[in-house]
Design a protein around this ligand. Structure first.
Ligand code: ADP
Ligand code: TZD
Ligand code: MG
Length: 585
């Protein structure tokens, strides 16, 4: 993209061939488009307003949000779903800081994204002379993301963008910060030289093959197992090696446990799923094969009571990040490489000679699973429970997800999250997006927008009323772009429950309690979306089905019994509680 400028003075058009120029705005657009990055999630303002306009004019999709955090969360989820870095664009200082939570969360979850923020002039920032929205953004971003770069000269835009892309998607994916000082955009350079400076990144996330010795070591451990277990994490979902992973699990005959965002890699009703026998599987297994999952708090760090006797287990771990090995417990057989290459190598070396796990082990897992599923099923049926409890409402949504397996489920909250994770089955890969590694609230609407935009699939966002509040204003964004998103707010009047009372008897309500009987559905109506309150399971079923059939932005205010939830959902054990105040009361 370039502009022609002719010099008038003293020259005739015949003696001078017109020189073409380009500038920072256009070079940045060219650099992104050359790498097939065509969607930007952001919030406009100084100094990037014109950049957004020009990007849209150049055919990019530029989606404006109401707050940068949600644009950033959308970019992160776009990265997770596409394996290309999602782009977030913000203004300087406050806009940048608003985007930073998302960048940091993306890095924590191993999602590739690039936060591009306009910034003030270096001269003024470095002398701290008080520029408009002044901040040393690069320095602040650095410890919170995988890599951070600043581009000072127009001729470096091609290289700068290439470095950002490689950093985001190669090795363990993560968030990258790209600092774009205001002056950069207006810098003019020769168009031909500009075009030559654009880099199309070749093979941005190269395959990483495991060593043959590592493969042999792992297979020896697996072959000797009496009670093997596979754990699939969101790295396995990210890898997009769906068929290969399915073949591996099925050929090995080993029971598997999906981490929450890995649900659907194999359908949750798969006969080898140990999802409903989680405790038994973790405790009793003797060899655990981790595929794109970390032994962090979500797996009790691979030790402690939930893992059975100390020393009772050997771990095989597949991960692209070498330093993940031995991060919490000893890894007997590390397989460092990308999941596709590693699982292929395991499959090739085993050929048709997979030993099937002993039937006592398979039966033990199956029995436990069937018992637990039967227990759960009984709680999911009733249509007479009003107000609904979590099981009744989620029982309705479970059926809808089964009937509509292409739907992408977004899920956040405490009880709303924990119950939905175990109750709602997922049938296809990357169809569940949630609070991830941090258990962060506020990903909901950003994730919903990105899921709809990147896939075109319908989205069902199941949100605690507190969780929804963190990104609730983005329902305007959803209505503005007319996205096929159905939001169900599980309205239990508060955080965990709506029943806490102020122990002093004062006027303020307890810190976990919200306005009673709020009408979240009316918020949606304010922006032209469809809003409806559901008091019963049938009303909820009808409303969700209508929303998904229509593809129109819808918010369903699902009235949930304010007594139904438990403190912190399922992770109450992580919550420190004062013994002193307990004794007093
Ligand atoms: P979960 O929360 O589902 O357990 P985590 O986010 O803890 O998953 O773990 C994901 C892991 O997957 C990370 O350690 C990351 O390095 C790894 N990973 C991501 N992509 C790949 C890939 N293509 N190949 C191998 N490992 C990957
Ligand atoms: N802030 C952020 C950014 N992330 C968090 N996880 C929290 C605060 C703490 N928190 C949770 O861990 S869950 C939750 C908060 C505030 C909300 C739970 O209430 P809810 O869900 O209404 O969303 P339930 O169904 O009422 O339990
Ligand atoms: Mg709630």
């Amino acid at each position: 993209m370039s502009v022609t400028m002719t010099e008038e003075r003293g020259k005739t058009p015949e003696t001078e061939s017109a020189q073409e120029f380009t500038d920072g705005f256009h070079l940045l657009i060219d650099a992104l488009q050359a790498n097939d990055l065509n969607t930007i999630y952001g919030v406009p303002g100084i100094p990037i307003t014109d950049f957004g306009r020009l990007a849209q004019a150049a055919g990019m999709r530029v989606l404006s949000f109401r707050h940068e955090q949600h644009a950033g969360n959308a970019a992160a989820i776009a990265g997770y779903l596409t394996k290309k870095p999602g782009l977030c664009l913000t203004v300087s200082a406050p806009g940048f800081l608003n985007g930073l939570t998302a960048l940091s969360n993306a890095t924590t979850n191993c999602f590739p994204m690039i936060l591009m923020s306009g910034s003030s002039e270096r001269e003024v920032v470095d002398l701290q002379q008080g520029d408009y929205e002044e901040m040393d953004q690069l320095a602040i971003a650095k410890p919170l993301c995988k890599a951070a770069f600043r581009i000072l000269h127009a001729q470096d835009i091609g290289i700068g963008v290439a470095r950002a892309i490689r950093a985001a998607v190669s090795g363990r994916p993560g968030g990258v910060y790209l600092d774009l000082p205001a002056k950069l955009f207006g810098q003019v350079m020769d168009a031909q030289a500009g075009a030559q400076s654009i880099v199309k990144v070749i093979d941005p996330a190269p395959a990483q093959l495991p060593g043959p010795d590592a493969v042999a070591r792992a297979l020896n451990v697996i072959k000797a197992a009496k009670r093997p277990l596979i754990i699939l994490g969101k790295g396995a979902a990210y890898a997009q090696a769906d068929e290969l992973i399915k073949s591996f699990v099925e050929a090995s005959g080993i029971p598997y446990l999906p981490m929450s965002m890995a649900k659907g890699l194999l359908p949750d009703d798969h006969p080898q799923s140990a999802g409903a026998a989680r405790s038994l599987a973790l405790k009793e297994s003797d060899v655990v094969i981790m595929i794109g999952a970390r032994l962090n708090w979500l797996l009790s760090h691979g030790k402690g009571k939930s893992w059975g006797e100390p020393g009772s287990k050997q771990f095989v771990q597949i991960d692209i990040e070498p330093r993940e090995m031995d991060s919490n417990v000893e890894i007997a057989a590390p397989l460092v490489g990308d999941i596709k290459s590693v699982v292929s190598a395991l499959m090739i070396d085993m050929g048709d000679s997979w030993p099937q796990p002993p039937s006592e082990w398979l039966n033990a897992v199956k029995e436990k699973r069937d018992t637990n599923l039967a227990k759960m099923a009984a709680k999911l049926q009733s249509n007479t429970v009003t107000p609904m409890d979590f099981h009744v409402a989620l029982g309705a949504l479970k059926i809808i997800m089964r009937e509509r397996p292409e739907t992408i489920l977004v899920n956040e909250g405490a009880n709303t999250l924990d119950f939905a994770r175990s109750i709602i089955d997922v049938y296809k890969p990357r169809k569940r997006l949630d609070v991830g590694t941090w258990g962060i609230m506020g990903i909901g609407m950003g994730a919903a927008v990105a899921a709809a935009v990147e896939t075109g699939n319908p989205v069902l966002a199941v949100e605690g009323d507190s969780a929804f509040g963190f990104s609730g204003m983005e329902i305007e964004t959803i209505c503005r772009y007319n996205l096929p998103v159905c939001i169900v707010v599980f309205n239990n009047n508060g955080i965990y429950r709506g029943t806490d009372v102020n122990p002093t008897g004062g006027d303020d309500v307890a810190p976990t309690v919200f306005v009673k009987n709020a009408r979240y559905d009316m918020m949606m109506m304010a922006f032209g979306g469809h809003g409806v309150t559901a008091n019963t399971r049938d009303e909820l079923t009808t409303a969700v089905n209508e929303a998904l059939d229509s593809g129109k932005p819808t918010l369903i205010n699902a009235v949930i019994d304010e007594n139904a939830g438990t403190e912190s959902g399922r992770i109450g054990n992580l919550n420190p509680q004062s013994v002193v105040s307990k004794n007093k009361s």
